[in-house]
Structures are given as structure tokens and as C-alpha cells.
Design a protein around this ligand. Structure first.
Ligand code: GTP
Length: 297
């Protein structure tokens, strides 16, 4: 299994600095990294930070969440087929919502090959103190990236006074009490903090993630029998609003192949599928392990 880390954080917060340092540490331990980088602009200057022997895929002109998860899926598949590596680091654009980014990388197609360790968010500590100056939408994204993280770096702590550092730590930890919080400069984080993250996504038929894991996580569910479409839609109306996203293939009674199913923030989409895909869906949200799914054991 390849360990996957999503690096999230606002534009200019220090993601690339963190990545460069993490790659250095991985290499020192003879662990092979591969990188997917994501830039909003046309040219990816940051990729120059990655040495040539590290497999690298770039997604230019769009962010991981809105350029279509198919593209990301294809890139991960190509990487898995072409290169040998132990760890996959995905640097999302500063404008990506972490739920969407997680959604894009978590595909039922290679769920058994990837061990999604979690979202590491780099927060610019100075920006945190000045967050009231951000527009409401931007501020909301900034907060969401922190709220959904599994590990948070309060970066650029060199720019703060002792008192400000304490304030930032207290406030960020209050926003996300589940994640470990570290004060950093230049995104320097000892590798052990990444490695000790629990996987956020595991097939439930193998082992469930701990219930205490209340923050954002995902789960792969396998259907054991076909379900009536109406019964399934009825069930969808009962699920909590903290289930943000589902996608995959649902075996529907009367249909030859499992149907492609998409669910995002209350909206559902069905598409007939001409291939016999495995009857799996991925569920992303909070407390995903407590959700009972119709048609599964
Ligand atoms: N003072 C200070 N500057 C930092 C620190 N970390 C990063 N920087 C600087 O902040 C700038 C942005 O850092 P990057 O690592 O490129 O940030 P990024 O999140 O990858 O930026 P985008 O590519 O725009 O998303 C660079 O000029 C870094 O040198 C820090 O801890 N302290």
C-alpha cells in the first residue's frame, strides 16, 4: 500500500516549503516519494523544487477539485503503473476545499492500493491573526482548510511574538481540536508526525477506523446485494448533513451493471454504466463509520 498525504493550505502559506523538506526526509530514510502538484496558473514554478528522480505529475490550469476527479484518478493510475514509490504527496492548490481534494483522490478504482493518511494543512500564522481582513468567502475557505485537517502546521511562527504564538495555537486548536497542531517555520515538520497519522480511509469490510475519529474521513463500502433504486433514494433522505460526498457504483435491481452514483451536498446523480464495475461506493464526511448503508452488511 502507498501512503497518501494531501497537503492543503492557503496560497503562500508554505506548502511547497513543507514538501521540499518532507521529500528530503523521506529520501534520507530510503522511502520513495511521488508527487502530484497542482497549480492554478499556467506554469508550475514550484515543480522546480522537486528533484528529477522523484516521479511528478502536474495538474496545471485548474485545481484538483474542479478540473474533475477523473483527471486526478487517471494521474494516480498512471503513476501507479509507471513508477515505483512508497509515498504519494498531493499538493493541492491554495484555493481547494479539502473535502473536494480528498474526494478527487479517493477512487474506488484503486482503493486497495492507497492508504490515505490524511490532510496536512499549512496555516500562515500571521494571516490567521489578520483573518478578519479577508473577504467572507476566502476566510471561510481558510477556516475550512484548518477545520478538516488531520495535522496542522501553524507556519511562519518566526514572524510572531511569543504572545501571538500562544494566541494562534489556542485559537486554531479550538477550531479543530482533533488535529495535532505544530508551530513551524518554513514548513519544517519531522516526518514522524506525518507517519503517525491514522489512515483516514479504510475498506470497512477489513477494519473500521476508530469511532473517536470525529473529523473528516472516508470509507469504502461494498454492496452485498442489489438494492431498489427507490429504497436507496429513500435512505439518502435520512443521512446526516455531515455526509458531504459519496460516489461509486451501486447495484440496482433490474439493471445489468452497477450504476454510477454521485452524491454531493444533498444532490444525487445516476448514470448507467456499460462496464461491470465493482459494487463499491466511497463515503466522505464526519462519523462515516457510524452510517448504516442499505444493501450492505
Ligand atoms: N518568514 C517566513 N517565510 C516563510 C515561511 N515558510 C514559507 N515562507 C515563505 O513564504 C513564501 C511562500 O512559501 P511557499 O512554500 O511557496 O508556499 P505555498 O503554500 O507553496 O504557496 P503557493 O504555491 O502560492 O500555494 C515563500 O517566499 C517562502 O519562502 C516561514 O516559516 N517564515
Amino acid at each position: 500500500m502507498v501512503d497518501v498525504y494531501l497537503f492543503s493550505g492557503f496560497l503562500g502559506s508554505g506548502k511547497t516549503s513543507m514538501m521540499t523538506d518532507v521529500i528530503r526526509q523521506l529520501k534520507e530514510q530510503n522511502i520513495k516519494p511521488a508527487i502530484i502538484m497542482n497549480e492554478l496558473g499556467k506554469l508550475n514554478f514550484d515543480s522546480q523544487a522537486v528533484e528529477e528522480d522523484v516521479p511528478l505529475k502536474e495538474m496545471l490550469n485548474g485545481c484538483i477539485c474542479c478540473s474533475g476527479s477523473e483527471k486526478t484518478e487517471a494521474q494516480i493510475q498512471t503513476l501507479l503503473a509507471e513508477s515505483e514509490f512508497d509515498v504519494l504527496i498531493i499538493e493541492t492548490t491554495g484555493a481547494a476545499h479539502p473535502v473536494e481534494a480528498l474526494d478527487a483522490v479517493y477512487s474506488p478504482l484503486f482503493a486497495d492500493q492507497l492508504n490515505i493518511k490524511g490532510i496536512v494543512t499549512v496555516a500562515d500564522s500571521k494571516r490567521w491573526l489578520e483573518r478578519d481582513q479577508l473577504s467572507p468567502q476566502v476566510r471561510s475557505l481558510f477556516l475550512e482548510q484548518i477545520r478538516h485537517a488531520h495535522l496542522i502546521l501553524a507556519n511562519k511562527s518566526d514572524l510572531l511574538t511569543e504572545e501571538e504564538r500562544a494566541k494562534v495555537t489556542f485559537e486554531i486548536q479550538s477550531l479543530n481540536p482533533h488535529a495535532q497542531l505544530l508551530q513551524t517555520t518554513n514548513g519544517r515538520v519531522p516526518l514522524k508526525y506525518l507517519q503517525s497519522l491514522h489512515a483516514t480511509a479504510r475498506p470497512t469490510n477489513i477494519e473500521s477506523a476508530p469511532i473517536s475519529q470525529m473529523h473528516l474521513s472516508s470509507r469504502l463500502v461494498t454492496f452485498t446485494e442489489p438494492v431498489e433504486q427507490e429504497v436507496f433514494e429513500e435512505w439518502l433522505r435520512t443521512i446526516p448533513s455531515t455526509i458531504y460526498r459519496m460516489k461509486g457504483y451501486v447495484p440496482i435491481k433490474g439493471m445489468k451493471n452497477p450504476m454510477l452514483f454521485q452524491y454531493a451536498y444533498g444532490l444525487t446523480q445516476w448514470m448507467p454504466e456499460y462496464m461491470q464495475m465493482s459494487p463499491n461506493i466511497v463515503i466522505i464526511g464526519e462519523n462515516v463509520n457510524e452510517l448504516e448503508v442499505v444493501g450492505t452488511l
